[in-house]
Design a protein around this ligand. Structure first.
Ligand code: PMP
Length: 399
């Protein structure tokens, strides 16, 4: 069969291939990007579901507006306002089928074949694939422990005049890095100065361990004149509540939002009204603060356990910046002591010893670094994390 030529730009995800091996019994997985399903607030979601069916069964089970179920838009606007976004109002956001759909709608509405798009190196694999489907020519901006390097970013903007810049400023996937406050302001200045759309993807910002991260770009945009109109923000309930609900949102300037709504209409008409009604009831019941407190505490302990074990057992064979939130630790194999420094080779050996992770190369749109890898601490408990790192150390020592 002859498929559309746009598919030529896409490679099957290396991660998907790896997931096939994860079914092996006894494997400890640091590979997935999933939250821990044992932590879902099942009672809260059950109560919200009953409320949704009791209060407005007709609306919850009927077709709905493409922009989203109004009570949920109101709850999400209030949620954004509580996180420092000035004048957040329901009309400024649309509900999407996960934030993944918000990214797809941005691709659909903004990217013509051949358009330059700047992404972080490394960045979220699904965004690389999605933007490539729309014909984007991806340019990679370098990232360090404080997120994207803004001097380099400015040079790339001048050189390439990109259509948009895609960033995960807080607890990035896969980098775990968080953009510093100073760099956030600089990004906003660049957006206003070069009149370039910045897309802020923020599914992890609420998952901080101790101190809250700097405010989102959207929350800071009031401080940088002219920046808000060049800013789109993607939010998600997936990592804090449930990815199965498929509830995300897009906040963006009115013209972009209107085009996104038009494209969404032809795509899925609207996000499941039932899921939206459940999410609205959940937020309205005021359960989110307790849920957030719980998941933050569990993930903080797992992240600490993983980082301590890595330092103890892998020593100078790896380097990493300890994340302050999110679900991931990004590692670089240093090759110290003659140890393996190719993450693909190590991944094969690790699987044989019963531990899985994702090599980092596919997360780079350009110039992949074969020495990098991503570890998720989300789904293994503390004991499994320690055992998983011990197995990783065996794999690393078995050169
Ligand atoms: N952006 C990033 C950076 C992610 O890591 C993910 C989930 N892995 C998403 C977007 C999509 O999440 P969802 O569609 O479930 O909201």
């Amino acid at each position: 069969m002859q498929f559309a030529s746009r598919l030529d730009a896409i490679e099957t995800s290396a991660i998907r291939e790896l997931f096939k091996l994860l079914g092996k019994p006894g494997i400890i997985s640091f590979a997935g990007g999933f939250p821990d399903s044992a932590m879902f607030d099942v009672d809260g979601i059950r109560a919200a579901t009953e409320q949704a069916l009791a209060q407005e069964p007709g609306a919850a089970l009927q077709y709905g507006a493409t922009e989203g179920y109004q009570p949920l838009r109101e709850q999400l606007a209030a949620f954004m306002a509580s996180k420092g976004v000035q004048d957040a109002a329901p009309e400024q956001l649309i509900v999407t089928t996960g934030s993944q759909q918000a990214l797809d709608l941005i691709g659909k509405t903004m990217i013509s074949p051949g358009d330059k798009v700047i992404v972080e190196g490394p960045t979220f694999l699904a965004t690389i694939q999605c933007f490539r489907l729309y014909g984007a020519d991806l340019i990679t901006a370098p990232v360090d422990g404080e997120g994207v390097q803004t001097d380099a970013l400015e040079q790339l903007i001048i050189e390439h005049r990109p259509k948009l810049i895609y960033l995960i400023p807080t607890f990035g996937n896969p980098s775990g890095a968080t953009l510093s406050l100073a760099r956030r302001k600089r990004v906003l200045e660049l957006a206003a100065q070069y009149q370039t759309l910045v897309v802020e993807d923020d599914p992890y910002g609420d998952l901080y361990f101790h101190a809250a991260p700097p405010p989102s770009l959207l929350a800071l945009s009031g401080q940088v004149p002219g920046s808000r109109e060049w800013l789109a923000h993607c939010g998600s309930l997936s990592k804090v509540l449930s990815p199965g609900l498929r509830v995300g949102w897009l906040m963006a300037p009115p013209a972009l939002l209107a085009n996104a709504v038009m494209c969404k209409q032809f795509s899925d008409a609207h996000t499941s009204t039932f899921a939206q009604a459940v999410a609205a009831q959940y937020l309205q019941a005021g359960r989110m603060p307790a849920t957030l407190a719980y998941v933050r505490q569990v993930y903080a302990e797992r992240a600490q356990t993983l980082c301590d074990a890595l330092r103890e057992q892998l020593g100078d064979a790896v380097e990493f910046v300890q994340p302050q939130g999110g679900l991931f630790v990004w590692l670089r194999l240093t090759g110290a002591g003659g140890k393996e420094c190719n993450a693909n080779t190590l991944a094969q050996r690790a699987i044989e010893r019963g531990v899985a992770f994702v090599p980092g190369a596919p997360f780079f749109a350009q110039n992949p670094d074969p020495a990098t890898l991503r570890l998720s601490f989300a789904t293994a408990d503390v004991a499994k994390i320690r055992e998983g790192v011990a197995r990783l150390a065996q794999a690393l020592n078995a050169v």
